[in-house]
Design a protein around this ligand. Sequence first.
Ligand code: 5AD
Ligand code: SF4
Length: 465
Amino acid sequence: MSQNTQKVFTPLADATPYTQPGLPGARGLAYIETYGCQMNFSDTEIVAASLAELGYGFTHDEAAADVVLLNTCAIRENAEQKVWHRLAQLKGRKRRNPDLIVGLLGCMAERLKKQVLEDAPVVDLVVGPDAYRDLPTLLAAAEGGQKAVNVLLSREETYADLAPIRLNTNGVSAFVSIMRGCDNMCAFCVVPFTRGRERSRDVASIVRECEQLVADGYREVTLLGQNVDSYRHEGTDFADLLARVAEVSPLLRVRFSTSHPKDLTERVAQALAAYPNVCNFIHLPVQSGSSRILEKMNRGYTRDWYLDRLAMIRSYVPEVGLSTDIISGYCSETEEDHQATLSLMAEAGFDSAFMFAYSERPGTLAARKYPDDVPAEVKQRRLAEIIELQGQLSVASNRREVGRVHTVLVEGTSKRSVADLCGRTDTNKLVVFATPDGVGPGDYVQVQITETTRATLIGSIVERP
Ligand code: 5AD
Ligand code: SF4
């Protein structure tokens, strides 16, 4: 799943404290900060639902909050380091306001469990990803001055019946969680330990959530799971689910993340081709281009298998947008393995990639079996080469777009200039274009690409709604 590498604050739709008893906010104000993958951002919306039921309102002003929650990531060591720094800052705030409740949620909470309370006494609440239903009880205990912990993992919890509160919304795109946990046991990955066993959410509740989103004016959903291709609920597999969601409304774009090369089926590629509103974009983490390393990563495929999957996908969707994840410097990686990664990148022609240096995570298969033996400077040098190559591939991929016309779903105003709008192509490329009157978020427009930067396409509207 794609990762946000920098700290991301959650801007909240409504920072106004409500004061009437019985209304949201009567109990106090919560501030939630989210780190890590899209699944964490989606979980924050579940946490918000749980807090709102309790009577909490939300603020994006940390100083105004009665409860500060950090929804954390444990995937690499630096993700945890950021949170330790935040906890150190919160110590000062709590000294000034001893009633402040500080909670640690998510994967780091799950991984470190009670140890957090010893190492960071500022923390009152430690809640793992499957325990958000227990937040009312845990918060009540914390408000009473006790430390509260629930890090139980579940085999069933999907929060199917909790309507997420979309704190961070642009009103156009929404995440919809379709499954939780992961059974793959990739050797480098801590996720199976922090998010537990894989389980799929029932189809009807997913379809209902998407129908409601359309009724509320949303025009894009991203179906989320650690490995969406192994979705299965009472005979419905992921390809069937894509079809069901695509049929909710032709106005609704359907995206999904993350796919796994070993499980991605031909039927999924066929669904991309068959439904115009299922986006022609796949995030397909490869991790390495060396079959020897892939085997040691326990990924369940070889280099050739991966390239073969790409050929299969492109046979149905020739212009598919493709992104990936790559790890440099995994245990025992040689220069030859690294070269294999670079050559695979060029052969695959990824449009974009998330690239990381290997970070050993305690308890994982790799940490137990293989020494973390690639020196840090070698990992970094290889990572720099991977990033450099991907830069070239991304530029080339963007240049090919010049002159083409894309259907773009308008998301909002551009970060660079409020006079411009931005949105995405079906293939997930960001496009910036001048705003004509009467076009706004949620509209589909035809945009011709006129120029590009490394990360963005620039165009002008040739046809409006
Ligand atoms: N070190 C570095 N990168 C990792 N990822 C997962 N675990 C690690 C680790 N221990 C990367 C993988 C995965 C993405 C979400 O994060 O590339 O696909
Ligand atoms: Fe981690 Fe592999 Fe599961 Fe992704 S598929 S969450 S990398 S174990």
